[in-house]
Design a protein. Sequence first.
Length: 391
Amino acid sequence: MPADINDILAAARRHCDEEIKPNVDRWNESGTWPRAASDKAGALGLTGLYAPEEFGGQGLPLGEGIRVYEELGKGDGAYAFALSMHNICTYAGCGFGTDAFKEKWGRELTSGRKLANFALTEPQSGSDAGNMYSRAVINEDGTWTISGAKAWVSLADEADIYFTVVKTTDQPGHKDMAMIAIPKDTPGLTFGPRYETPSYNFLPLSEMYMDNVVVSEENIILPVGQGLQGSLMAIDIARVSIASGCCGLMEAALDTALAYSQNRKMFKGVNLDLDGIQWMLGDVATDLEASRLLYRAAANALGTDEGPLMAAHAKRFVPDCAVKAANTCTQVLGGMGLLAPYGLDRLSRLSQMLRIVDGTTEISRVVIGRALQKRAEGLEPLPVPKGYGES
Ligand SMILES: Cc1cc2nc3c(=O)[nH]c(=O)nc-3n(C[C@H](O)[C@H](O)[C@H](O)COP(=O)(O)OP(=O)(O)OC[C@H]3O[C@@H](n4cnc5c(N)ncnc54)[C@H](O)[C@@H]3O)c2cc1C
């Protein structure tokens, strides 16, 4: 039987209160991934959310499991993001991987004993994902020899396996793309210096280099021709997961502002008595309600024809609301909002990061714009005055 989503959400809430919130500043100071915490997340069932039970997963539908990041995002959006990427890789590996891969890695990943991440971005191909150079040569014995460089790899040198998208010919386009999982200890796989980030320092990020890395065909997750399509599906799940985490972040910002302003004495009352303050926080509350409805609808649409567009709507709308919420709540605290102990500056930086990762806000607009063009094609054209239909 699949897990009960209410039990899993309660476990995520506990994990947030007991592990993330009390420790996140310390994690950031130390600049190291909190492996002990992610081990605990694994023991609570948070690292195999959508994977089938036969491999130790929770067997939750995407529409339910994605809500976990809202709970984790109340503690920290970067931690929620890293676990969301691990869960997507685990889902792909346990769903589309070879039998040998599932046997060897399935339970290791669902339990969180081993961590996974996704490597698509390259230095020259971020938003322009089709402009990829990393190249796999398929050898006669079935193994793949891979060379190239990935950029912005999260959990760099920390994850135990990297679900890597590669090209398999020199032809332009995406028809030859595939996804293969490269274990960290494979000879020829190395990582560049860590990126210096002003916040979320516990999340290791760097380039990843593949120098004639030889990988068994058992590790093919998406065969040749399905690499880009499958990655786009993974990215849709990731986009909705980000929106879910952003709702947690907004709630954390709102609660901080409310807790402070109900106590901040001014003008013979408290800050929260001021209409202007209530309106500012009221807008944050409305944005949060709308964001929740949108990401949950998008999560339920994943896997249907509506999935990509709904994911784009969620990724376009919700992180923008989160940036606005974090900044508004900072403003409500006045000068105090800028001080580290209140955590709002951290939330501002995190929300901006969440606008970029897994496809920027602008790329979501591109997806929405294309859908609108398609929709326009189905409409009876309206007449335009003479001269307006020519260019
Ligand atoms: C913290 C963090 C973690 C990440 N982790 C991973 C990971 O684990 N694995 C992975 O593969 N990738 C990861 N990424 C990469 C991330 O997905 C890319 O940063 C993102 O896709 C944007 O690519 P880019 O940074 O190269 O920006 P660019 O593609 O250079 O874009 C620059 C600007 O141009 C805008 N733009 C691009 N195209 C258009 C357009 N058509 N119209 C209008 N504006 C446009 C963009 O929105 C952006 O504002 C991570 C990124 C961050 C910040």
